[in-house]
Ligand binder design. Structure first.
Ligand code: DC
Length: 229
């Protein structure tokens, strides 16, 4: 049976930066034979393109126009699990992970016109079913009726430690205290913005992963899905 013909659930995951949403979401999607998308990559891709074109990341009108004008495409990797964002024919992967892109993307994601465009793209992907989608406002705004809504959390210390380990693992230099500062700053921006700030959906299952491994958290989500099945 093709992926499209066995329409499964939408599993929506929200949570702050560095909490492990992507690692956990990918583990869950693999296990269920679902697709996985990190919607932060869509905001990052737009931000990267805006920086490349010299667009001011506080200019909401120009950013909305850019989001509308770009050709957005979503391509699965070889094993069909992880969906990558492709803009104007270019897959964006490594360039969107830069710190300047991360910081600016938090501002870009606060622009109503940008959110409207990306929300429409996210709903189109999600409506095909059998997908794990992570980001911010996925459980509250994009898919408030998702079959599974999970809010992941972890202490700032632990999130900074994980992010440092991840960067060092990728051969990059990483300073724990600088990373902690940047995590705190971005969390504040995401929590305090006027449009779709990060918040817990009332009916989301909250999982604190501070003292759990990624596998343990994925196991908890899979358990929820199996119970419902
Ligand atoms: O998950 P991330 O750190 O790669 O996301 C980059 C930025 O995009 C982050 O500051 C929050 C924002 N974002 C959002 O507002 N809504 C989403 N669905 C995903 C990300």
């Amino acid at each position: 049976m093709s992926r499209a013909s066995r329409k499964g659930f939408v599993i929506a995951i929200d949570g702050p930066a560095g909490v492990g949403k992507s690692t956990i979401g990918t583990l869950v999607a693999k296990e269920l034979g679902y697709r996985f998308i990190n919607t932060g990559d869509m905001y990052r891709a737009l931000t990267w393109k805006a920086l490349e074109e010299g667009i001011d990341t506080r200019d909401g009108v120009a950013l909305t126009r850019l989001a509308e004008r770009l050709a957005w495409d979503f391509k699965a990797n070889e094993d069909g699990v992880i969906i990558r964002t492709v803009i104007d024919g270019h897959p964006v992967t490594t360039q969107i992970r830069e710190e300047r892109v991360g910081m600016n993307s938090s501002l870009v994601a606060g622009v109503p016109g940008v959110r409207r465009k990306l929300r429409a793209l996210q709903r189109k992907l999600g409506n095909q079913g059998s997908i794990v989608m992570e980001g911010r406002a996925i459980t509250t705004v994009v898919f408030p009726d998702a079959a599974f809504k999970v809010y992941l959390d972890a202490s700032i210390e632990e999130r900074a430690r994980r992010r440092t380990k991840q960067l060092r693992g990728g051969g990059k230099k990483a300073d724990l205290s600088k990373i902690r500062e940047s995590i705190i700053q971005r969390a504040m921006q995401d929590l305090q913005r006027r449009i779709n700030p990060l918040r817990q959906a009332e009916d989301a299952v909250v999982i604190d992963s501070t003292s759990l491994t990624m596998l343990e958290v994925a196991g908890k989500i899979l358990e929820l899905v199996r119970r419902k099945r």
